[in-house]
Design a binder for this molecule. Sequence first.
Ligand code: G6P
Ligand code: MN
Length: 442
Amino acid sequence: MKGLNITVVGAGSSRTPALVGSIIDYKDSFLLKKLIFFDIDNNRMSKMENYIRIVLQKELPELEVIFTTDKKIAYENCDAVLVQMRAGNIEMRSLDEKIPLKYGVVGQETCGPGGFAYGMRSIKAMIEMVNDIRNINTNAWILNYTNPAAIVALALDKVFPNDKRILNLCDQPYSMMRSYAKILNLKQSELSCKYFGLNHFGWFTDIYDKNGKSYLNSLKDYLKNNDFKPYNAEQRSTSWLETYKRVNKYLSFFPEYLPNTYLQYYFFPNEIVGESNPEYTRADEARDSREKEVFEMCENATYENSTILKGSVFGNLMVEVARSILYDLKDEFVIMTRNNNLITNFSNDAIVELVGKLGKDGVIVEKYGEIKPFYKGLMENQHAYEKLTVEACLEEDYDKAIEALTLNRTIIDPQIAKKVLDDLIDVNKGYWTLKKHNKEIK
Ligand code: G6P
Ligand code: MN
């Protein structure tokens, strides 16, 4: 097995310690030579440096570990770049969530107007990053987990259509599979799925084991009588528990397939707005729980006393994906890829989420076939929203932004779209601008 050089971009994220935990957990099948942590915000990153150095020194003493803000050091000679950046940090996430709520619209980081504003920030930052990497390294795999992945993936595909080594991923289907495995009392590795949709907008059409035995109907029966709970319910805050429960509610209307939890925002927006506190949203919750705990753990770590965070879904997924590509394992994942007639009756330029294998040449996905009118209608609408968002960003076009937001099922009313957009423009100055009929908006 070849020893790998891996770079983590956005290393100041509070998720990095759990990624490090997964790297340690998989050390025998994911052999690292060099691990580079890169962030433009050295202040954030340095809060974790001491902790990360301690656990890696103890568990992987041979590994070369580098913390840097220098792009050349970060990108030259690496085999894969794992990207998890958040343009605007948690402060901007908070505004993405709170501004829509002022107008009675869902406030969420990846769906609705919050996702739109975050998407506009992420697109710019991600294009810059891909250019930086490619100026230094033409071979490295860019494995992106930056949100809103649906919009980022579409933008990168438009701007870098021939770059075959950019892949966008999401851990939510993986996380849901772990939750199904727990319900079924099986190991996650024993289960496979069939899935289709867009990112944060898809459905499981089957869940089955190695012998081909399907568990779809038993899971549906289970969910008729029991709340759907994430596998790690004890560690989750109320908003996530409510999110999972709405899968039960969705199924009471549309029992055919198991929905991604993110579909709740498009089916039950009024109920969700009603339950939201416009003064305290998920960003606050995440800052006061996960961020706080992780930063405290890092601060207090000593060589004699340090915890390794093993088993997180995103850390495990990141490692499993990189391992499958770099060692050509052809493991199966739910992955994002350009449709190109995979779903035969759907826009070819859409980035769809389907089950596929990952190897040294990238994604191998079988044709899915046709989707039914209900799903096609929903997905075409959502794809048009995503596409117009990307165009609005790249062309700085206000009118396309209004079209995009009006198409979004969380908004619908152009009067509200305009009010929310104007507020978002105000707070996102410095990240993105839009022009109305070619005039800059002041
Ligand atoms: C899931 C999604 C990610 C998202 C995360 C947010 O894992 O798939 O795309 O970033 O949830 O979690 P948080 O705890 O920050 O709200
Ligand atoms: Mn996701």
